[in-house]
Design a protein around this ligand. Structure first.
Ligand SMILES: [Zn+2]
Length: 547
């Protein structure tokens, strides 16, 4: 067999049961040729084949990610990277060190800070003046719903006390109405427009960094959750970078783009989306989905709720009015696009489900709702009934500081129990897909599976001995390791219409395989988070790790 590879002496697991009881996989021409026993695998692969001894390790279909931002995440990791740090002082040190390497008029760009590092989740412009040496600074937080900007950035963007809040966002202000340095949601657009766009080379470097990072976590296929010119969420347009990578042969992942629905424009934008889908319809890059962002996030009170936030008058705002959402879903479904909704608040979730129902959108398009923080009890059955996929980010379903300090106080006691109801939806027959939302949170599926099963962070991500790791969050919503693995493999392949090629170890599927150092299906649940990905194979090629 040409170009063949045999993985022997392992444990093979696939969500559809393919190869159950087998300990070896034979790969030829980039696809799985057989799942069998080790002796048979060596014989079948032939004397010229490369043989990898798994030494008892677990081989699963390579992971997918149903909602991720690899190019923006990769680019931020190469710039002023605040990810992983959780204090104001820590951020100012990193910003100062980064700014020292820049020209005097250059922008400080990057991102990744956490709301929980600031009182009420709100950073101040004044802090940045000294740290950045007076330079303009534009730094989205890790969920890209708030940007921290310096006085020089406000000045360059012309944002003053006289600038009104846009309909879909808010400028943080002092009692005199002066902007204080935090721009929420659509208000980011006002400053993002003044930021110099990244070059094609910057974006290619970002994509390469994103590929490396995701492959290191066993991921070889995904849906990029925002591809387009999206100043509302401060994400650069990665379309050209993906197309170039596919054409030049270095796109080592299978990518489906969710093209950005510009909520400031009307149906006239559909022609442009069709053109982009057409031009991406070859090789490893496709663009068959459209992203509609319906609301913000709970922590800044911008998620759209049915009832007001606890202790507040307002209930968040829909970024797109319900009738416009329905019309957009009808138009896009008519053109054969899948719709990928950002829906966090229970009102946003309800309106998205109404739009799918009202547009009479076919099940075959596999529309999906991402984030799903709050789901009203009367909406729980509608996912299954409408054939809508529930796209969860399971790492968020725990008592971390963001949940305990920022979310629970404003959610209110009753509504707090409507959060991340993965187990309930699974039991009611909804198809589940998992994604990380990296760089919003860790891209590591092992850590996310740990939380999906335990409803608390692993010792690696959490702080051992503190309340947030001791107390499981709504433990009735936990699922099994097998269900969580399926959501990261077959679930993602389903969302991307790639179930004939990805998400299983069945013969004929692409040889996309992840090898874990520990068997998470056999470990005590509390130890799942200790596992790591040793080896990632994409199309029969090793893209991460050693034998
Ligand atoms: Zn996202």
């Amino acid at each position: 067999m040409s170009g063949s590879l045999a993985l022997v002496n392992g444990r093979v697991w696939s969500p559809d049961g393919a190869g159950a009881g087998c300990d070896a996989i034979v790969v030829a021409d980039g696809r799985i040729a057989a799942v069998t026993g080790s002796a048979g695998a060596r014989a079948m692969a032939g004397p010229a084949a490369r043989v990898i001894d798994l030494k008892g390790r677990l081989a699963v279909p390579a992971f997918g990610d149903a909602h991720v931002h690899p190019v923006g995440g990769g680019l931020e990791s190469l710039r002023c990277n605040l990810l992983g740090v959780r204090s104001r002082a820590g951020y100012l040190d990193i910003i100062a060190a980064h700014a020292r390497g820049l020209g005097p008029a250059d922008w400080v760009l990057g991102g990744g800070w956490s709301l929980e590092a600031f009182p009420g989740g709100i950073p101040a412009a004044a802090d940045l003046t000294a740290a950045a040496g007076g330079r303009p600074v534009f730094l989205p937080n890790r969920d890209h719903h708030t940007a921290w900007v310096s006085p020089a950035a406000l000045a360059r963007a012309g944002i003053t006390r006289d600038t009104p809040d846009p309909a879909d966002g808010r400028i943080e202000r002092d009692e005199r109405g002066e902007p204080t340095g935090a721009l929420h949601d659509g208000a980011m657009r006002l400053a993002a427009r003044a930021v110099p766009p990244p070059s094609a080379a910057d974006l290619a470097a970002g994509l390469r960094a994103g590929l490396r990072h995701l492959h290191a976590h066993g991921i070889t296929h995904w849906q990029d959750a925002v591809v387009g010119d999206a100043p509302d969420i401060a994400i650069p347009d990665a379309y050209g970078a993906y197309r170039a990578a596919a054409a030049e042969g270095w796109l080592s992942a299978h990518v489906n783009a969710a093209l950005w629905w510009d909520r400031t424009r009307d149906a006239g934008q559909v022609a442009g989306l069709l053109g982009r889908r057409e031009q991406a319809a070859s090789g490893r890059f496709r663009a068959t989905s459209v992203k509609i962002m319906l609301d913000g996030v709970c922590e800044t009170l911008t998620a759209a709720m049915t009832e007001p936030y606890e202790g507040h008058q307002h209930r968040g705002r829909l970024f797109v009015p319900p009738d416009e959402v329905t019309e957009a879903v009808r138009l896009l479904s008519g053109e054969g696009f899948q719709v990928h909704f950002h829906a966090l608040g229970d009102r946003a979730v309800h309106v998205a489900l109404d739009a799918v129902a009202g547009a009479r959108a076919g099940r075959s398009l596999r529309h999906h709702l991402a984030h799903l923080q709050f789901i009203r009890p009367d909406d729980l059955d509608r996912f299954r009934d409408l054939g809508v996929v529930a796209n969860f980010q399971p790492l968020w379903a725990c008592h971390d500081p963001q949940m305990d300090d920022l979310t629970l106080p404003v959610a209110g006691a009753g509504r707090a129990t409507w959060q991340y109801r993965i187990g309930t939806l699974a039991r009611r027959g909804t198809r589940i897909a998992f994604g990380s939302d990296w760089p919003v949170s860790s891209a590591d599926p092992v850590q996310e599976i740990h939380v999906a099963v335990n409803r608390r962070l692993s010792a690696r991500l959490g702080r051992p001995g503190t309340a947030e790791t001791d107390e499981p969050f709504l433990p009735a919503e936990a699922i099994t390791v097998g269900q969580a693995l399926a959501a990261f493999t077959a679930g993602v392949a389903w969302v991307n219409h790639r179930e004939e090629d990805l998400g299983s170890l069945r013969p004929g599927h692409l040889a996309d395989i992840a090898v874990l150092d520990r068997d998470i299906l056999a470990l005590p649940p509390a130890e799942i988070g200790t596992a790591r990905v040793d080896l990632t194979i994409a199309g029969g090629q090793i893209v991460h790790g050693e034998e």
